[in-house]
Ligand binder design. Structure first.
Ligand code: ADP
Ligand code: VHF
Length: 365
């Protein structure tokens, strides 16, 4: 079996594992996953959860209904979300945090940056972010629609290198295994093209949404951004035991290009630098030799008119060292340049960011 490496992962867990058959939350299918999360954290890896199941977990608070309307689903999600979070919290002896988002939140620049900053902060404190779509406020045009695609977006926002999609089958088969008992499991997929997309059928359980198609869309989106995707059977303890040994238990979708190249391409081509900073010798060394974030203390000069989240160039004398996303707007970066972290709050009048450009948002040239 091939081995594979990862450092920061997003685990997407389908409704069927959390609230099987819509009969409320259960933990029995989550124990092996929880053990894997614990073991990975002990190894210094970072994880986020994208958890489906709010609608399924809230369903039994309502009288049995045939066809469920959108409003009823939203009401079920409102009930089920808190139940689901309580269910997760039972499994861990470290803090968990809830983030609910809509597609609109990702499209809005300020809200996107806020989500990113929150995730970064939670991870730096060893807290497990648990993310779901905000089903009770999202209407159709605001919806991600399925949590597989949400998982890919979260992986992007969180700068993860791996997306784990836990479902109720062993991975991608050459046909829906529920309809075709002879279907064969694909161990590795190099590229999610039209041929691969055609293998996907609909959902398998009464509580799942989207089936294999949305998982392939997620793998495609992640891969285009340098993130590998693993679809695995979340019901099987062996999946997680195998993963813990560094093996690949399901179907691995290779990323189209390496994470750092994907980031470089994105920063170079889709973002025009709006400004420039010049850094001192210490900062140059920290960036080039330690892969560190750029701290305000190492910034000597700031030019250009940029907002927080804009791309800026990082120069040392006449050498362009890197390009990255500024945590501050030009005005505030000017105020804090040359200052130590402990002096930032007094200079700005608010707590501010420790990094001027966080290492996750920076590529060396
Ligand atoms: N080619 C395929 N390979 C594997 N599973 C498939 C395929 N086509 C369709 N499926 C179905 O996709 C289902 C998983 O999707 P879904 O029911 O949405 O689960 P989840 O709740 O985990 O998102 C499987 O149970 C399976 O029946
Ligand atoms: N946000 C919805 C999940 C929708 C969804 O994609 O479900 P699933 O196919 O089980 O991952 C919920 O929490 O019920």
């Amino acid at each position: 079996m091939p081995t594979f490496e990862w450092r920061r992962g997003v685990i997407k867990v389908g409704s069927a594992l959390i609230a099987p058959n819509g009969e409320g939350c259960r933990t029995e299918h989550l124990l092996a996953l929880a053990q894997f999360i614990n073991a990975s954290r002990r190894q210094g890896k970072e994880l986020l959860l994208v958890s489906s199941g709010a609608v399924a977990a809230g369903r039994n608070a309502f009288p049995p209904i045939g066809k469920v309307t959108l409003a009823e689903k939203q009401a079920m999600a409102a009930v089920g979300q808190t139940r689901m979070m309580a269910n997760w919290a039972r499994l861990f002896d470290f803090p968990t945090a809830q983030i609910l988002m809509t597609h609109g939140d990702i499209r809005d620049r300020d809200r996107y940056l806020n989500i990113k900053a929150t995730i970064r902060e939670l991870l730096s404190h060893g807290i497990l972010p648990i993310i779901n779509e905000n089903d009770s406020v999202a209407t159709e045009e605001l919806k991600f629609g399925d949590n597989d695609n949400l998982g890919a977006l979260v992986a992007l926002v969180a700068d993860a290198d791996t997306l784990f999609v836990c479902t109720d089958v062993d991975g991608l088969y050459d046909a829906d295994p529920r309809q075709n008992p002879g279907a064969k499991l694909l161990k590795r997929v190099e590229k999610v093209d039209q041929q691969i997309m055609q293998l996907a059928g609909g959902r398998g359980s009464a509580v799942g949404t989207g089936g294999m198609l949305t998982k392939l869309q997620a793998a495609q989106k992640a891969g285009a951004n340098g993130i590998q995707t693993l679809i695995l059977n979340g019901y099987k303890t062996e999946s997680f035991e195998s993963l813990a040994r560094g093996h690949v238990p399901g179907t691995l979708f290779e990323p189209g290009l390496s994470l750092s190249n994907a980031k470089k391409q994105w920063l170079r081509h889709s973002l025009k630098a709006k400004g420039k900073v010049t850094v001192d010798d210490g900062a140059r060394q920290a960036l080039l030799q330690r892969g560190a974030s750029l701290l305000p203390v190492g910034v000597k000069a700031v030019s250009g008119d940029f907002a927080a989240g804009d791309a800026i160039e990082i120069w040392h004398a006449s050498d362009l060292l890197a390009i990255g996303l500024s945590s501050y707007n030009a005005q505030d970066l000017n105020k804090v340049s040359g200052l130590k972290s402990t002096q930032i709050e007094a200079a700005l009048g608010y707590a501010g960011h420790e990094a001027a450009v966080h290492r996750d948002d920076l590529v060396l040239i």
